[in-house]
Design a protein around this ligand. Structure first.
Ligand code: DX5
Ligand code: ZN
Length: 226
C-alpha cells in the first residue's frame, strides 16, 4: 500500500501581520493541512494565538477551487478541555494536545471527539509513548515532537526517529487509521529520513515560511518523499 503523505505548514513562522494571505499563499503552494500552534506562556514559554484567530482564518483555509483545507490545531496549553471546545467551535478539524498537560487524558480526548473532531496526542522529546497503550483505540493522530515545543526554527532531535519507529509499530498493530505526524526541524534534506522511520504527516514552519517561494519548498519535499 502506498502512503499518502501530508505536508502541514506551521503558520508560527508566517507573517502575523498578514496571516489570512499567508494561509492562502501556502495553500496555493500545495499545503495539505494548516498547522496552528497554540501556546499559553504556561505549558510552554511562549504565547501565540487562540480560537478567535482560528475562526478568522477559517474562511481562508480553502483551495482556489473551494475545497476546505483542514486546520490542524496543536495545543501547547494547560489545562486542555475548555479551550479545545472553543477551538472546535472556531473551525478546527483536528485538535492535538500533550498528555502531560491534561489531568485526565481520556476525558480530554472525549471532549474533542464529542464535537465531531479528530483527536491527537503529542509527545515531547523526552516523553515515552506509554499512554498510547490505553488510548490508541480512541485517537486519530499521534504527533511526535522532534524539538522541544515553544519555538520555530530549532534543530531536529535525532532520537525522535526511534520514537517514530516505535509509534509506527503501535499504530500498525492497532489496525486503525491513525496519522503519524512529526513536528520540529523538518527540512527538505531530512524529510525522507523521517518518512523512512514511519511518519506520514510533516509539520514545517521555518523551512517553508522562511523562504520566498513556498511552492518550491513544498515541491522539493514531495520530490524527496517520492
Ligand atoms: C514548535 C511548534 C512547531 C514549529 C515548528 O513548538 O510546535 O509547529 O512551528 O517549526 P520549525 O518547522 O521551524 O521547526
Ligand atoms: Zn506544532
Amino acid at each position: 500500500m502506498t502512503t499518502t503523505y501530508r505536508i502541514a505548514p506551521s503558520i508560527l513562522s508566517a507573517d502575523f501581520a498578514r496571516l489570512g494571505e499567508e494561509v492562502k499563499s501556502v495553500i496555493d503552494a500545495g499545503a495539505d493541512w494548516i498547522h496552528f500552534d497554540v501556546m499559553d506562556n504556561h505549558y510552554v514559554p511562549n504565547l501565540t494565538f487562540g480560537p478567535m484567530v482560528c475562526k478568522a482564518l477559517k474562511p481562508h483555509a480553502k483551495t482556489a477551487m473551494g475545497r476546505a483545507v483542514p486546520i490542524d490545531v496543536h495545543l501547547m496549553i494547560s489545562p486542555v478541555d475548555a479551550l479545545a471546545a472553543s477551538f472546535a467551535e472556531a473551525g478546527a478539524d483536528l485538535i492535538s494536545f500533550h498528555p502531560d498537560a491534561s489531568g485526565h487524558v481520556h476525558r480530554s480526548i472525549q471532549a474533542i471527539k464529542s464535537k465531531g473532531l479528530k483527536a491527537g496526542l503529542v509527545f515531547n522529546p523526552a516523553k515515552p509513548l506509554d499512554v498510547l497503550e490505553w488510548t490508541i483505540d480512541e485517537i486519530d493522530l499521534v504527533l511526535i515532537m522532534s524539538v522541544n515545543p515553544g519555538f520555530g526554527g530549532q534543530s531536529f532531535i535525532d532520537s525522535a526517529l526511534r520514537k517514530i519507529e516505535q509509534a509506527r509499530k503501535w499504530i500498525d498493530a492497532s489496525g486503525r487509521d491513525i496519522r503519524l505526524e512529526v513536528d520540529g526541524g523538518i527540512k527538505t534534506d531530512n524529510i525522507r529520513r523521517v518518512a523512512n522511520a514511519g511518519a506520514d504527516t510533516f509539520v514545517a514552519g521555518s523551512a517553508i515560511f522562511g523562504k520566498p517561494d513556498y511552492k518550491a519548498v513544498i515541491e522539493q519535499m514531495r520530490v524527496a518523499l517520492g
